[in-house]
Design a protein around this ligand. Sequence first.
Ligand code: CA
Length: 362
Amino acid sequence: MSWGVDNLPYGVFSRHGEAPRVGVRYGDRVLDLAAALHDEVFAAPTLNPFMARGRSAWHDTRTLIRNKLTGDLAITEPHLVPLDQVKLHLPFEVADYVDFYCSMEHAGNLGRIFRPGSEPLLPNWRHLPVGYHGRAGTVVVSGTPIRRPDGQLGAGSYGPTAKLDIEAELGFVVGVPGTGDFEDHVFGVTLVNDWTARDIQAWEYVPLGPFLGKSFATSISPWVTPLEALPRVPGREQDPPPLDYLRRKGDWGLDLTMEIRLNGEVISRPPYRDMYWTPDQMLAHLTSGGAPLRTGDLFASGTVSGGQVDERGSLIEITWNGTDPLKLAGGDTRTFLQDGDTVTISAKAGDISLGEVTGTVG
Ligand code: CA
């Protein structure tokens, strides 16, 4: 079955009139963990207190849940709540948010679009995972309406963005700070849509980088899939070899295929396994200067784009900055998003589903 015992992502849900609490998705239901496991850590309205317990607790809890679901279901059944009876909330309190730029195909496409005629990748790109500190306070749960932002669009020009775009990304959720390996720190993975106003971005980003063109909203899936559930593959070969502090100690390539739907129609299927920088390298770089981690930190991969036209993770790439409109079923075309458009990003690795992150432009 889909959403079976090998999947079991965590989320925060509430029944009508009740306070939000932690659950695990199983099939089309959510297991009420505070009730099923008799553990008050799951009565919290966020995953943070549970994530702060650390890696061995994450593993033991997952084993316990699997045992409950494969054992005497008569005992567990009363704690399984149908998904259509619950509201899903932001699954964790976001501490700091960092966004990287780890796809060589995405960075290359944007280089060709923004700096035609020059080398697409800037000189630093193959030497470090480029990133910036984003805005944790505007990370919202899937389903939250997205307001088209106003901003400076050029010299003397202020108004609603005409180039509202998406970025399909994977987000990594930090459970515990301290020292250790990647899997000692990172609890799990969530889907991210890094909504972007391209005209605001293009005008403001020189020389300090992304700011208001990114910070109005970042949507994440209501589900956080434990790292343990995800199939790992060797990371992509890197040339030149990275410096010592960025050297890989394990296989943290993730073999996931993402899918982007615009108003229900599939417009792209970005492959995550082709990413150049792996999440262990992102975390090593993020902390290499001495920045401590906090429970609830979110760092995202940057737009996931593959080498084919139908594998690109943003509209600016798919429509080549609006010069090659996307043709939709029924004769509709798009360059950037129109009001009323709904974008849904999902991801799968075989039977393991990361769920979806959706948002409608209002
Ligand atoms: Ca991004």
